[in-house]
Ligand binder design. Structure first.
Ligand code: SF4
Length: 419
């Protein structure tokens, strides 16, 4: 930890010199990648060790090759990017890494001092703060969607304007019907043409189909993994649940992602049987919150069973008509549309995993998260599953009330234990 603090101090001291700050960030990612390759954490199953490496690689590549990268949000249809060998910079994950480097406070302060509201989600403020410090290099373009997050469009508009790059916003309707499908399909075609123009390269439709076929193979493995979670559980940490957002979303369809799920599906079959309380998270687990870390990371008393965001669309995507298939995937995502759809998806996953308790960590500034708490609470009461909603911040440690979180978490875990 002291090493990280020293490293963080060095980056912070150099934030006003973007070239140098960027070099130190790159150095940190390189060093982390070398470290996890040379000294893998023996407590981790093979798949999670591999995941560690691919996430570091996937965050580093677009940062180091901005001329071949696109900024994207979690729901962006990156299948097109993979088919065209373009690196997506997954901005929410980028912010998580900056928080891992303990520099999120400076980046957030910089965003706020340039006029950004302090109520904006910290995933976005870290990204904007990096732009204000000019640490981020100019990518070729940006792509975002209208789904779930009310902050995305404004953040992407602001950053695309600041960097003077083209932005494509995919407007995803709530309802699924022929008209909405055609509407999204048309946008995906427009987006693909824009990417072709910006990068001066052609989209190979067969390569896109290959990506989608691999995505479907990945989904089969994810479903296999879920089936096993009912009885078994991996030795893991909350960070790995968040790392899985790389593979379940932005990097789905890639070979390394498929390999990761192949390993995961094998690891879970060999994993110990669930012996303590199995806890499932709604939205995101608070990977940096101390009391949650103490209770869940590598714990045998309480097992981490995942978070619903990793399982927001588990169906196959039609590979013969990839534009239509991907459009359908966007519209029918559990995080798109009404809360009832999310509850239905949660209900399906609960029936399959059978958790002993569910936690919603209401991330500061996330309107969709706090807005649905009451409905989750009512639904889970009906299902007789203990539920805890606790406020905090996944990224900005300053927004976490440690004492309060600990008291509420311990009381909740006591209930789970007594059942
Ligand atoms: S946490 Fe909420 S507000 Fe922040 S990026 Fe995610 S969906 Fe958007």
């Amino acid at each position: 930890m002291d090493l990280i603090r020293t490293y963080s101090h060095i980056i912070r001291k150099n934030l006003d010199n973007p070239e140098r700050a960027f070099k130190f960030i790159k150095f940190g990612l390189d060093a982390a990648l070398k470290y996890v390759s040379l000294f893998p954490d023996r407590r981790l199953p093979q798949a999670l060790g591999f995941l560690n490496k691919i996430c570091l690689k996937n965050i580093k590549e677009p940062l180091c090759h901005p001329e071949n990268s696109i900024w994207v949000n979690i729901f962006a249809p990156t299948e097109f990017l993979h088919a065209m060998d373009i690196y997506p910079l997954f901005i929410e994950a980028y912010s998580s890494f900056m928080s891992g480097f303990l520099i999120e406070g400076n980046l957030i302060d910089r965003a706020e001092s340039s006029g950004i509201s302090n109520t904006l989600c910290s995933f976005h403020k870290v990204f904007i703060g990096s732009g204000e410090f000019n640490i981020l290099k100019k990518p070729k373009m940006a792509i975002t969607t209208s789904m779930a997050c009310d902050a995305n469009i404004n953040t992407f508009r602001y950053m695309a304007g600041k960097y003077n790059i083209p932005l494509y916003i995919i407007d995803v309707p709530y309802e699924y019907n022929r008209d909405s499908l055609e509407y999204v399909k048309k946008q995906l075609k427009e987006m693909a043409v824009l990417i072709e123009e910006v990068f001066d390269r052609k989209l190979d439709i067969d390569k896109l189909r290959e990506i989608v076929i691999r995505e479907n193979q990945t989904k089969t493995l994810i479903n296999e993994y879920i089936e096993n979670l009912r009885q078994r559980c991996l030795n893991s940490t909350m960070s790995f649940e968040l790392y899985m957002l790389f593979t379940s979303h932005v990097f789905i369809g890639r070979e390394d992602t498929l390999n990761f799920y192949k390993m995961l599906a094998e690891d879970i079959k060999r994993a110990p049987l669930r012996s303590g309380g199995g806890i499932f998270f709604i939205h995101l687990p608070p990977m940096f919150e101390v009391s949650f870390k103490e209770r869940f990371n590598f714990s045998r008393d309480f097992h981490l069973l995942g978070c619903d965001l990793n399982y927001d669309f588990l169906e196959e995507v039609e590979y013969r008509e990839p534009f239509e298939g991907i459009a359908k995937k966007l519209i029918l995502n559990a995080y798109n549309g009404s809360i009832e759809r999310r509850i239905e998806a949660l209900s399906n996953i609960i029936d399959r995993i059978e958790p002993d308790g569910i936690i919603q960590f209401c991330h500061w500034g996330c309107k969709q998260s706090i807005g649905c708490t009451g409905m989750f609470k009512d639904y889970l009461k009906e299902k007789n599953i203990p539920f805890l909603a606790v406020d905090g911040d996944v990224i900005d440690r300053r927004n976490n009330q440690h004492g309060q979180a600990k008291t509420r978490l311990e009381a909740f875990l006591e209930i789970v234990k007594r059942r």
